[in-house]
Ligand binder design. Structure first.
Ligand code: ZN
Length: 280
């Protein structure tokens, strides 16, 4: 599996620093944090960004993210369509294959069927836009309380209902655990539908108390990372494992050093599973 650094891990570094840090640490790809991209493009062109990636032997894998795509009012939905067009155009200009999209909060009184209907309708519409730019949409469920799509099963049902080749899933180990997804749900997946694996660990807290700031480097917490990775290997997932951590304490660190530790930590979890499975 190829390794990526997600720009959230080094949140306070700018995009040029993320590219430098990811490249120096030996990552294959960078998942671009969208606000850093906007900041970068205030003073540079997308062609300059493409050249910067090439000069660092690194490629962009996704732009993170378009937030709360579902359960919007009409005005919010029209803004979403414009944002999607804008982000997908940029992605195509820099040869970035994916854009991550995130569901909204569950409105009061809504059922999971309402959620499936709204999510699949919105994703279908966004897939038309993304398709024009040759970009894929990676739908990321959030396990925390209040999110409309908390489990892999529900996210998978939505993506299956959309049934578009450029719409797939993200599994984030933190959200997988926080929302109570089961390892068997990975076995039920078609690997072609899984576009990104976000790897991170978490502090030992009750699921419902876990927040993004409790994320840790892979291997330092209590998440069942080896079971998740073993599941991904069973279904033949071989795309990208990306380190995505939102820990303010890490944001104080030197991004070059943090990127190196992040790569080492992720590679070590992946290697343990390979060894345990007896593969080469
Ligand atoms: Zn994630």
């Amino acid at each position: 599996m190829k390794l990526a650094l997600n720009g959230a891990t080094t949140m306070r570094a700018d995009l040029a620093t993320d590219i430098e840090a990811a490249s120096a640490a030996g990552f294959d790809h960078l998942e671009i944090w969208a606000s850093k991209l906007r900041q970068f493009l205030k003073t540079h062109s997308s062609a300059e960004l493409k050249a910067l990636f090439a000069n660092h032997s690194l490629t962009p894998y996704s732009i993170n993210s378009i937030e709360r795509i579902t359960f919007r009012d009409e005005k919010g939905h029209n803004e979403l369509l414009r944002e999607c067009e804008d982000v997908c155009r940029l992605a195509s200009e820099i040869d970035c294959p994916y854009v991550v999209v995130v569901p909204g909060l569950m409105p009061e009184g809504a059922t999971s069927e309402d959620c499936i209907v709204d999510s699949s309708r919105v994703l279908d519409e966004l897939a038309d836009i993304a398709g024009r730019f040759g970009v894929g949409l990676a739908f990321e469920f959030l396990g925390q309380p209040g999110c409309s799509v908390q489990t892999l099963d529900l996210a998978s049902e939505i993506v299956e209902r959309v049934a578009r080749p450029n719409v797939g899933l993200v599994i984030d180990s933190f959200h997988f655990y926080a929302g109570g997804s089961a390892i068997e749900s990975i076995d039920a997946l078609d690997a072609a539908r899984l576009f990104i694996f976000h790897i991170n660990d978490a502090e030992d807290l009750p699921r419902e108390e876990l927040e993004d700031r409790h994320r840790l480097l892979p291997g330092l917490g209590i998440l069942p990372l080896e079971d998740i990775v073993a599941g991904l290997r069973r279904i033949g997932y071989d795309r990208v494992t990306s380190v995505e951590i939102f820990r303010p304490e890490y944001w104080e660190r030197d991004p070059m050093e943090l990127a190196r530790d992040a790569r080492k930590a992720a590679a070590s979890v992946l290697a343990r599973v390979t060894l345990a499975g007896g593969e080469r």
